[in-house]
Design a protein around this ligand. Structure first.
Ligand code: ASP
Length: 327
């Protein structure tokens, strides 16, 4: 049995450990913060992250550096952050792939719920179905007929299993009852370069990577995956207008820290995310790219936590129904 002195000493130690943690949280951040993007530089997740990181840097008074860790549909980068120190200095900005990967991979090097501390939702981005400029089909109806007729002769770029582009292609092929030849990249930034160069036929990707090229007429756009047409691409029809019903896809993005990060640090980061999303430059840049920041009450740990668990359940069902086998 412990003596009173031992108990007092233990209490003092626990108290000082608590005080030390509180000080660390209060002073956070005292060094640059890294946000890992699990895809290549120059792609849509990267673009969104760099805009948010810049505004968070200003709010936090420390540099927020973006690190691209592409590969395996976003699972490499996510795995790296899951294994990082839970000190608030290594974060992950990932999208819907956080919720689809568990259904697409037989085993993952991380658990999206257990291994992360959600900080907040960031944005919801529409997808566009696009093709190289000289691809034969002119409309979505033409495209459907062309893909049905040519199947595996059509090449389709994506960012690997678990990527939003892969999910969109999967749903598209499922809707058409046909297969295309999938060409994986470490992100859709480099895939866009090949689409512009005509080395690849098609892609489905976020407006944050396709809007300016569509507007400039450098690529063809067949459809947006939102229920209504979007302001920046008024001439691009919805999937339903082109005859594909019930095909709606919105790519939600969230910011995470490794599990075990101090709650006060998570709260500070969530507050900084909310400030960044309210920034005028961020709002204007997002709007030009066909999206908008989420409202402040969605840029919170609770909102992201709820979104993640609901979506894991939703996509497990959809992916199973589509009959896609786990890797
Ligand atoms: N848009 C990509 C995806 O398909 C990722 C990226 O490069 O940002 O998930």
């Amino acid at each position: 049995m412990k003596t009173t002195t031992q108990l007092l000493a233990a209490g003092l130690l626990a108290g000082s450990a608590f005080a030390a943690t509180a000080v660390v949280a209060q002073e956070f951040p005292t060094q640059p913060v890294t946000i890992v993007v699990p895809f290549s530089a120059g792609g849509p997740t990267d673009t969104v992250t760099r805009l948010v990181a810049q505004a968070m840097s200003e709010d936090l008074g420390q540099q927020v550096v973006v690190q691209n860790v592409g590969g395996a549909g976003g699972t490499l980068g996510a795995g790296q952050v899951a294994a990082a120190n839970a000190d608030g200095y290594t974060l992950l900005l990932h999208h819907i792939g956080m919720s689809t990967a568990p259904a697409l991979y037989a085993s993952l090097p991380y658990d999206p719920v257990e291994d992360f501390e959600p900080i907040g939702l960031v944005t919801e981005v529409p997808m566009t179905i696009v093709a190289r400029k000289d691809f034969e089909p002119e409309t979505l109806e033409d495209l459907i007929a062309h893909v049905k007729e040519n199947g595996e002769d059509v090449t389709y770029a994506n960012a690997g299993i678990g990527a939003a582009s892969q999910l969109c292609g999967l749903l598209f092929m499922d809707a058409l009852g046909t297969q295309m030849t999938e060409v994986p990249y470490q992100g859709t930034g480099p895939a866009m370069t090949d689409l512009l160069g005509g080395q690849i036929d098609m892609m489905c990707d976020q407006t944050t990577n396709t809007t300016s090229q569509i507007q400039a007429g450098e690529i063809k756009a067949y459809a947006v995956t939102t229920p209504e047409r979007i302001d920046v691409l008024p001439d691009v029809p919805t999937m339903a207008e082109g005859g594909i019903e019930d095909f709606e896809l919105s790519i939600w993005h969230g910011l995470y820290a490794p599990a075990g990060t101090d709650q006060a640090i998570i709260d500070r980061l969530a507050q900084s995310l909310q400030t960044a999303l309210a920034d005028e430059t961020v709002g204007t840049s997002f709007a030009e790219l066909g999206t908008e920041p989420v409202a402040a009450d969605d840029a919170t740990p609770d909102a992201l936590s709820e979104r993640l668990s609901n979506q894991i359940e939703l996509w497990a069902g959809v992916i199973e129904e589509a009959g896609v086998s786990a890797q």
